[in-house]
Every structure is written in structure tokens, then in C-alpha cells.
Write a protein that binds this ligand. Structure first.
Ligand SMILES: Nc1ncnc2c1ncn2[C@@H]1O[C@H](COP(=O)(O)OP(=O)(O)OP(=O)(O)O)[C@@H](O)[C@H]1O
Length: 631
């Protein structure tokens, strides 16, 4: 075998991440140990799983553990595991490259503000690279379980943009990472310090973390009892321990390991379920959305364990996609250890666990939403609200429950804090419909002319402005027996709501009759541009607004689809005009065809603008307005 040593450059993003991390996490250096132990534990989990179908991978040593050695003279700390290890290709792919979807977007989000960036870096996960917080040289020696001892890999870097890699002999399988400590980090050579960090961050790691204890000396300085290897952590799977024994700190530290997060979680749930199937759930809600929440292949999720053995990250098999932000573990006795993804997908036990876990996560959200104190639910909603809206679309069985968890901005509240139940509770006398409007932004929704009559009558309207809301409203057509209706679609009948309704109706009919000639003129002038022109019941101040026919897609959805490059058949809008507006009254008397056409065109384009969209011919619109202004 020829030992070839190569020097390679880090991927640009790795170098960037290293610089940023050293800059923004310097006050939090000790996390390097948490990250390296976390990786070692994952490696042990992977080996144990692969060994369920190939016992030879244990190579006669199934005592999975992590060993931490301190060398005061050499000023090094070594973290050694006998987990799965890596082959050369894996080292190159995993250490020195960030192969993660969303990496580019992540770097784009960094602002230069140290505190904010530190949070972002924490969410992104610094993992192995955190070694460079305390070390100016890192050596990693590894061999993948099952390979011959000649296939060891030695990787070394000073964190300066390059690393050296060569094939070496390594007798024991697994990974050994040696940190050559920076001068300002030599306090980590203290055994007690390392032990206390292990306690703090790694008590819950289900494998023993071992260190050399201290020798006991006699009165004359002679060694009475030689130093012995000690296990420093509790080394039991946290979720198997009774709730009463566990502290918030232990729960939170476990979350950081399993959720790859730097912050404490927002909420947690720990339950053991016994029925047809037996399983334990320890699930957490993060405080912040991970940077890859909207990536198709988000990295982390819920981990599946079978009898304490890690099987796989199996979010979609364990929880529906709309709950993809949940982190934690589900451990069951009711699956075989050598379960494959195909078996998982068909297993009735998995189905039952998925249903059970979904129900409990929704229950936890309900509890948070109903809590009298604190604003945890508001925090949750701001981060993950749009995901729950997907739930209304995807999860028919739980639709009502999810609908009651939704929070919206309305004409009564700019904040997304109003539940549909709140809305129903405040409905006006005679009102039997939940009214909403969809628009490109909150501002466009809030200032939409469609709201005028609702404001006048004091009827609350839900303001929808998330992209997903258009789909949400096609699936959520009823809540608590009340229909949901767009105020920008179809005919509107508010005649039963409020006082003097009858009188107003009569007065309006008279004005409508008087404005009929104007309607005819506009219709003729706009021709094919509109499906119809009609008198409006919605407007009190604006001259005109656009409406979609009851069964057509809304103008907002049409725009969203077109922006996404989809082929949408042109749906013509209906222009509704306000018979009480002076412009319409003037149109009634107008004779010049040219002038009528200009007026009609301006009315139409203004209605488009009020929806937050652009007229088809913006320059023509400006020209026509200017011509009027100089008259
Ligand atoms: N001790 C180890 N044994 C085997 N593989 C390892 C070990 N440490 C790291 N790796 C491999 O390198 C990869 C990258 O590790 P790194 O710590 O940078 O990120 P991560 O653990 O995947 O995620 P995060 O950054 O969120 O912690 C791991 O996913 C794993 O495949």
C-alpha cells in the first residue's frame, strides 16, 4: 500500500463558517465537547443499527463507548469512539464540505450583527468544526467498521482553509479526534473541568463516556491505588427514565443533542403509551424555525428507536409532513430491530404510532394555545404557523382540531392572534358567515376597498396574506358550522346584518338605478377585459373594485400561479362600481367616447392597484392620469 498524503482546500463555505464561528461563538467555547460527543454517540448508534443485520461489524467488541483522554504535556484532548467510523470518501464528504440543501441561503441570511449571526450559526449547526474554537490544529483518525486495518484515514487541519488527508493503518475501528489546544484554551486540560462539561451536556447520552480517574496517593506520596477508568455520565437513554427524576436542564440538554439546536426548546412532551402498541414519545418544539424548514429535504426530524437502538431519522413515517418542525425520539418495542424503510411504510405499528404522536403534538399545541399565561403559542405561531396551515390541507382527520389552532390578523388586529373561535364569538347579530380577504400583503389586505362596507357595518374580516392561504381557504370552507366566504368573490348579501338594513337596501337600489347608464358605458369601454361590470354593495369610499366570480379562482391566486410560472387560463374579473361615488355619477352624464374610455380604463387600473398588483400597461395608466390632472 502506498501512503499518499494529499492537501486539499476546504469548500469555500466551510472556511466562511469557520471564520464566522470562531468570531461569534468564542464566549461559548465549551460546546466543542458537546458537539464531538454528540457525533460520537450518533456514530455508535449507526454502528449498533448496522450490526443488527451484520454482527461482524462489531469486530468482537460490542462495548460501545466514548473515551476522553487528556495529555497535559502535549496540550491535547482526544475524543475516541468505537462507533461506525468513516472511509476516505466519507471523510472528504463529511469533514471539509457542507453538503446540505439551503447552505447558500443560510450564508445569504448572515447580517454581520454578531449576536444574530451567532444564533443563525447555532441553528445551522457547527458540529465538528467547533473543534477549532479551542484548537489550532485538529487531527482525526478513523476507520470504518468492517474495513481492513489498512483502510484507516488520517485527516489534519489548522482550520486555515486547507486539510491534509492520507491513508494510514488503524487497528481499532471508529474515530479518534485530537485537539491541539490553543494557548488561551489550555484550561480545558483540567480533568474536573472536562468532567463537569460532560455532566452538563452529555449525561443523557446513552453510551458511557469514560475518562481516566486519578490515582490515590499515600501519606508518603506513594501510589496506593492506581488511576482507573471511570464512567463520567449517567449513560442511560433519557427517555426511558421516569419524568420525576429528570430536570429541565437534562431535558433541554438532550433536546440540543437530538434537535441539533443551540437554544432551549419552546415546549416538550414526554409520555409512555401502552395500548395495542407500546411506545415512548419524547418530543420537543423548537423556539425558532430551522433554516431549512422550507427545503424539500430538511435534515433533522424525529428519531425512531426500537428497544433503545437507534433505527433512523424517520420524520415522515412518524409524523405528517406539516409537523416537520418537531424534534425528539419515539422508541417502541413493537418493531423488529432490522426494520427497513419499506417495512416501516407498511407497518400497522408505525401507522398507529404516527396517529398517536400526531394527536399528542396537536394536544400539546392546544394546551399552549389555551394557556392563560405566557406567549409561547404566539412564538410558536410566528415560527411555524404556515406549516400548520398545510395541516388543514393534508390532514383531513384532524382538520377541525388544526383549524382551531390557526391564528389570523383581522380588521380588529394586525397581529396574527385571532382564532376562528374568537372571530365567531364576536360575530354581529344576524351574521352567519366568516368573512375573509386574501391579498399579496397585510397592507394590501388591510387597505382593500372590498372592506369598506364591512368597516361601515362593524363586521370583522380575516386578513389573509400568506401564499398558502389561497389553498387553505379552498380546503377550509367551514368552521363551527359557519361558512367561510371571500369578500372579493361572488355576490355579497349583508342585508341581514346591522340596524337600518332595510332602509339602506332601498336607498342603495335607487342609487343603483340612477347609475345604470354609467355601468353600461364602462362595460362597453372595457369590452373583453372584464367578465361583467356591476353595481357594488361593498364600496362606500372607493369608486371601484375587482371581484372574482364565485367559482373562478381569485385574482390573487391567479397572480401567485402566474408568478410561479404556471400556465393559468385567463380568468376575467368582474368590475364592481360604487354608484354613490362622484366619478361614477360624472360618468353617467359623460358623452365623449374617448373620455369615457379613459375614465373606465383608469377605474379598472386603480382597482388592480388597490389589490397590490400592477396594471397591464402602467405607462398608459400614468399617461391617462396626467392628462386628467392637467385639465
Ligand atoms: N465521530 C464520528 N464518527 C463517524 N462519523 C462522524 C463522526 N463525527 C462526524 N462524523 C460524520 O461527519 C458528519 C458531519 O459532522 P458534523 O458534526 O459537522 O455535522 P452533523 O453532526 O452532521 O450535524 P450538526 O452540524 O447539526 O451537528 C456527520 O454527519 C457524520 O457523518
Amino acid at each position: 500500500m502506498t501512503a499518499t498524503k494529499e492537501t486539499r482546500a476546504f469548500q469555500t463555505e466551510v472556511k466562511q463558517l469557520l471564520d464566522l464561528m470562531i468570531h461569534s461563538l468564542y464566549s461559548n467555547k465549551e460546546i466543542f465537547l458537546r458537539e464531538l460527543i454528540s457525533n460520537a454517540s450518533d456514530a455508535a448508534d449507526k454502528l449498533r443499527f448496522e450490526a443488527t443485520t451484520d454482527d461482524a461489524l462489531f469486530e468482537g467488541d460490542s462495548d460501545l463507548h466514548v473515551f476522553i483522554a487528556i495529555d497535559k504535556d502535549a496540550k491535547t484532548i482526544t475524543i475516541r469512539d468505537n462507533g461506525i467510523g468513516m472511509n476516505k470518501d466519507e471523510v472528504i464528504a463529511n469533514i471539509g464540505t457542507i453538503a446540505r440543501s439551503g447552505t447558500k441561503e443560510f450564508f445569504g441570511q448572515l447580517s454581520g450583527d454578531q449576536e444574530k449571526d451567532a444564533h443563525l450559526i447555532g441553528q445551522f449547526g457547527v458540529g465538528f468544526y467547533s473543534s477549532f474554537l479551542v484548537a489550532d490544529r485538529v487531527t482525526l483518525k478513523t476507520r470504518r467498521a468492517g474495513l481492513e486495518k489498512e483502510h484507516g484515514v488520517l485527516w489534519e487541519s489548522k482550520g486555515d482553509g486547507e486539510y491534509a488527508i492520507e491513508t494510514v493503518e488503524k487497528i481499532e475501528r471508529g474515530t479518534e479526534i485530537t485537539l491541539h489546544l490553543r494557548d488561551e484554551a489550555t484550561d480545558y486540560l483540567d480533568d474536573w473541568k472536562i468532567k463537569s462539561i460532560v455532566h452538563k451536556y452529555a449525561d443523557h447520552i446513552p453510551f458511557p463516556i469514560r475518562m481516566m480517574g486519578t490515582a490515590v496517593s499515600g501519606d508518603e506520596g506513594e501510589e496506593v491505588k492506581p488511576a482507573q477508568v471511570e464512567t463520567v455520565n449517567q449513560a442511560s437513554a433519557l427517555w426511558t427514565r421516569p419524568k420525576s427524576e429528570l430536570t429541565d436542564e437534562e431535558y433541554n440538554n438532550f433536546y440540543k443533542h437530538v434537535g441539533h439546536d443551540f437554544e432551549d426548546p419552546l415546549a416538550r412532551m414526554h409520555q409512555r403509551l401502552e395500548g395495542k402498541y407500546e411506545y415512548t414519545l419524547l418530543l420537543y418544539l423548537p423556539k425558532r424555525a430551522p433554516f431549512d424548514l422550507w427545503q424539500v429535504e430538511a435534515k433533522h426530524g424525529v428519531k425512531l428507536y426500537v428497544r433503545r437502538v437507534f433505527i433512523m431519522e424517520a420524520t415522515e413515517e412518524l409524523l405528517p409532513r406539516y409537523l416537520r418542525f418537531v424534534r425528539g425520539v419515539i422508541d417502541t418495542n413493537d418493531l423488529p430491530l432490522n426494520v427497513s424503510r419499506e417495512i416501516l411504510q407498511k407497518s400497522p405499528a408505525m401507522d398507529a404510532m404516527k396517529k398517536g404522536a400526531t394527536k399528542r403534538v396537536l394536544g400539546m399545541l392546544e394546551e399552549m394555545a389555551n394557556a392563560e399565561e405566557g406567549d409561547n403559542y404566539a412564538t410558536f405561531w410566528n415560527e411555524f404557523g404556515p406549516c400548520l396551515k398545510e395541516g388543514v390541507i393534508e390532514d383531513h382527520a384532524n382538520r377541525d382540531k388544526i383549524a382551531s389552532l390557526l391564528r389570523f390578523a383581522t380588521t380588529e388586529s394586525d397581529k396574527q392572534s385571532v382564532s376562528l373561535a374568537d372571530y365567531v364569538g364576536r360575530m354581529r347579530e344576524g351574521q352567519d358567515t366568516i368573512y375573509y380577504i386574501t391579498a399579496e400583503s397585510l397592507a394590501a389586505a388591510k387597505h382593500s376597498p372590498h372592506l369598506e362596507v364591512f368597516r361601515k357595518k362593524g363586521i370583522e374580516v380575516v386578513l389573509l396574506h400568506d401564499r398558502i392561504d389561497e389553498w387553505l381557504t379552498t380546503h377550509l370552507t367551514e368552521f363551527d358550522g359557519k361558512k367561510l366566504q371571500s369578500i372579493a368573490k361572488g355576490e355579497l348579501d349583508l342585508s341581514n346584518i346591522g340596524e337600518n338594513a332595510e332602509e339602506e337596501k332601498k336607498e342603495h337600489a335607487e342609487k343603483a338605478k340612477a347609475a345604470a347608464p354609467a355601468v353600461e358605458k364602462i362595460k362597453e369601454a372595457l369590452g373583453e377585459k372584464v367578465k361583467d361590470v356591476r353595481i357594488s354593495d361593498r364600496l362606500t369610499e372607493s369608486p371601484a373594485c375587482l371581484i372574482s366570480d364565485s367559482f373562478d379562482i381569485s385574482n390573487n391566486l391567479e397572480r401567485i400561479l402566474k408568478q410561479a410560472g404556471q400556465n393559468v387560463p385567463d380568468v376575467k374579473p368582474i368590475l364592481e362600481v360604487n354608484p354613490e361615488h362622484e366619478l361614477i355619477q360624472r360618468l353617467t352624464k359623460m358623452r365623449s367616447k374617448e373620455k369615457i374610455e379613459d375614465f373606465a380604463s383608469i377605474l379598472f387600473d386603480q382597482a388592480v392597484l388597490a389589490e397590490g398588483a400592477l396594471p397591464e400597461d402602467p405607462a398608459g395608466f400614468v399617461r391617462r392620469i396626467n392628462a386628467l390632472l392637467v385639465k
